[in-house]
Design a protein around this ligand. Structure first.
Ligand code: CU
Length: 229
């Protein structure tokens, strides 16, 4: 009986995955604790992107990033290569290893990647996102810091976002754009022309996803785009 239930559960999971659209897949996750010195060492070995205004552009398909959250004077933001919430621009079919470190003294943060392309509500929808778990704050000045090392791979070219799912954080500005295999020039807001084709490929077109109400807001945006074509 238990075996039967297990199989049924597995079948249900598989059928969900068959229509779910995840922009990124989480390949691995590893808990991390780093001192300030280790953090700066990690930063020295990260892949260097080309900074161009708000854009942080990478030529590699295999990228190492160090992402920190919440310096005390600007808590609801990320820093990558010294840039605040940069647009991460990568080639298609990318694999990104991320050392996410919470340098905030008293707030929990996470780092999620998804196809979220509407304004963030107080509590963002985390369905179909991939990223870290919520990481505890330092508690003490100067660390050691808590974090997570994750590896994610892109599933489809497109314009996506990274954000913090803690209530109020993304709405408060804790998010950025990530463009995979599409070049939108400056900040892609709204989604750049070249990325539009990805809307139609999205699972919101599937009745099951729509009726599950998983991405209603996303679908509204998608049809708004379709209407403007
Ligand atoms: Cu946060």
């Amino acid at each position: 009986m238990i075996r039967y239930l297990l199989m049924a559960a597995m079948a249900a999971t598989l059928s969900i995955n068959s229509f779910a659209h995840q922009a990124f897949t989480l390949v691995s996750r590893e808990v991390l604790t780093v001192t300030e010195a280790q953090l700066s060492d990690l930063q020295k070995h990260a892949t260097t992107g080309r900074v161009d205004g708000k854009d942080l552009r990478f030529a590699e398909r295999d990228i190492n990033l160090v992402v920190t959250a919440g310096p005390e004077d600007d808590m609801l933001s990320y820093r990558i290569q010294g840039q605040r919430n940069p647009n991460i621009i990568t080639p298609g079919d990318v694999r990104i290893t991320i050392w996410f470190v919470n340098t905030d003294g008293d707030m929990v943060h996470d780092l999620l990647f998804s196809h979220y392309m509407v304004d963030f509500p107080g509590q963002p929808d985390t369905a179909e996102s991939a990223g870290t778990q919520r990481i505890a704050p330092t508690g003490e000045e100067g660390g050691p810091f808590h974090g997570e090392k994750i590896v994610i791979t892109s599933n489809e070219d497109g314009a996506y976002r990274y954000f913090c799912s803690v209530r109020g954080h993304a709405k408060g500005g804790m998010w950025g754009n990530i463009l995979v295999g599409v070049d939108a020039g400056a900040a892609p807001q709204p989604v750049a022309r070249s990325a539009r084709r990805n809307w139609s490929a999205h699972s919101c077109r599937s009745t099951s996803a729509r009726s599950a109400g998983r991405c209603a807001a996303y679908c509204r945006t998608a049809s708004a785009y379709a209407g403007r074509r």
